[in-house]
Design a protein around this ligand. Structure first.
Ligand code: NI
Length: 134
């Protein structure tokens, strides 16, 4: 099996906040990430598919097709948006890196038909990222 990864980038703002907690509790749980008007990140998104390269093409899937899929279904919808308010598929989701990885997986998984989706990694900063493998 070979693992094939496409990396994409997007910029977005978010606020980590759960309305079922008090303001004080939110600040205790999320720290600066709970400040009322949100803040931005330069996100990186890594999508990995796994499979056996086709005998004739040498490819698991066309990376251009994978890039187009990620762009159309995710990046175009989250780039330069406020994740808490502007993105339909994130309504009611606390936009942590963990939850973004989960939601992006659910969107992409059914669309990967050559090979299979192996992992979705969401980097919120170069040091902090979440990975979901289904
Ligand atoms: Ni943040």
């Amino acid at each position: 099996m070979v693992y094939l990864t496409r990396k994409e980038h997007f910029c977005a703002s978010h606020r980590l906040y759960n309305p079922k907690f008090s303001e004080k509790e939110n600040l205790e749980i999320y720290g600066k990430c709970a400040y009322p008007n949100g803040h931005g990140h330069n996100y990186e998104l890594e999508v990995t598919v796994v499979g056996d390269p086709d005998k004739d093409t040498g490819m698991i899937m066309d990376l251009k097709k994978l890039a187009d899929l990620i762009d159309a279904d995710i990046v175009d919808k989250v780039d330069h948006k406020h994740l808490n308010v502007d993105v339909d598929f994130l309504k009611g989701v606390i936009p942590t890196a963990e939850n973004l990885a989960l939601v992006f997986w659910r969107i992409l998984c059914p669309k990967i038909t050559a090979g299979r989706l192996y992992s979705v990694k969401v980097y919120e900063t170069p040091d902090n990222f979440a990975e979901y493998r289904g």
